[in-house]
Structure formats: C-alpha cells, structure tokens
Design a protein. Structure first.
Length: 153
C-alpha cells in the first residue's frame, strides 16, 4: 500500500516537473505558483480564487477599477498605515520597557493613525507621568490618549 502512494507521488512530481514552473501543495492539491516556460502572452492567467486579481466574479466596482487600470490607493495606504502603527506600537513598548525606574508591565499600548492609546495601571502618579513623557518622546507619535489608572496594589 505504501509503495502505491509513493509511486503516485513520484508520478505527480514527474508530471509537474515536465509541465514547467513552480508548484505548491495546498488543501485542494497541487497549484502552479510560477511559470518558468517562455510565455509570450501579455494576458495574466485567470485566477478563480475569490478576492484575487483576475477573479471573474464579484464586486462590480472592483472589476471596473481593474479593467480601467485604476489602482486601489486607499488599500495601499491602509496597509502602509497598519505597518506604521504596528512598528510604532513596538517602538513605544520597547521604550517603556527600557525606561529606568518605570514599572511598565501593567501598561497596554494600542496605536491607530499614529495616536497611541495607553490603558492599564501604574503604581503611582510619578510613574504615570514618566510613562506619558516616555511615550510622547517616541518619534512618530502624534498624540497620546491617556487611559492609565494609578493603583497602588
């Protein structure tokens, strides 16, 4: 039985290698990832996966934008902003952890559109002010929403 499965796999690999290109295995079986054969066609291959470029069904506005060559600048900007916000959150957390005499383990940080939202607790008013000053000193932070609570526990 194991020999039959191995033989089938070997046949599939040989057939895929003969077809040219790069292939990958997903839940639905093998799929072509890249074509290494000389393809002179300027038409991109059709893609039947929903939400992918070249999909033939779906939102008419997306199809219209794709057919006229318009780019979706908004989605590109959203992706850039998500990366910026994520890296800004990381910078803020790193700076909070690196700040001497600041107990920052109870501080939670979220960032949206370069506005940092601080929640959680700090042990004293001095720690509260030190946390705010630290976050405001991080390059790229436009504003800080202070929702920290002072708790002596």
């Amino acid at each position: 039985m194991k020999t039959v499965k191995t033989f089938r796999l070997a046949l599939m690999v040989a057939a895929l290698a003969a077809a040219g290109g790069a292939h990958a295995l997903d839940n639905g079986g093998f799929m072509k990832v890249a074509d290494t054969m000389n393809n002179t066609s300027t038409q991109p291959p059709a893609n039947n996966a929903p939400g992918m470029p070249g999909h033939t069904e779906g939102d008419k506005e997306k199809l219209l934008a794709a057919s006229t060559g318009a780019k979706t600048d908004a989605s590109v900007d959203n992706a850039k902003q998500a990366v910026t916000d994520g890296s800004l959150t990381t910078k803020v957390k790193t700076k909070l952890l690196a700040t001497k005499d600041l107990k920052s383990t109870g501080i939670h940080v979220k960032t949206k559109d370069r506005v940092v939202n601080l929640t959680g607790t700090v042990p004293s008013k001095e720690q509260h002010q030190l946390a705010l000053d630290t976050v405001r000193s991080v390059e790229g932070v436009d504003n800080v929403k202070d929702n920290l609570k002072v708790s002596s526990r």
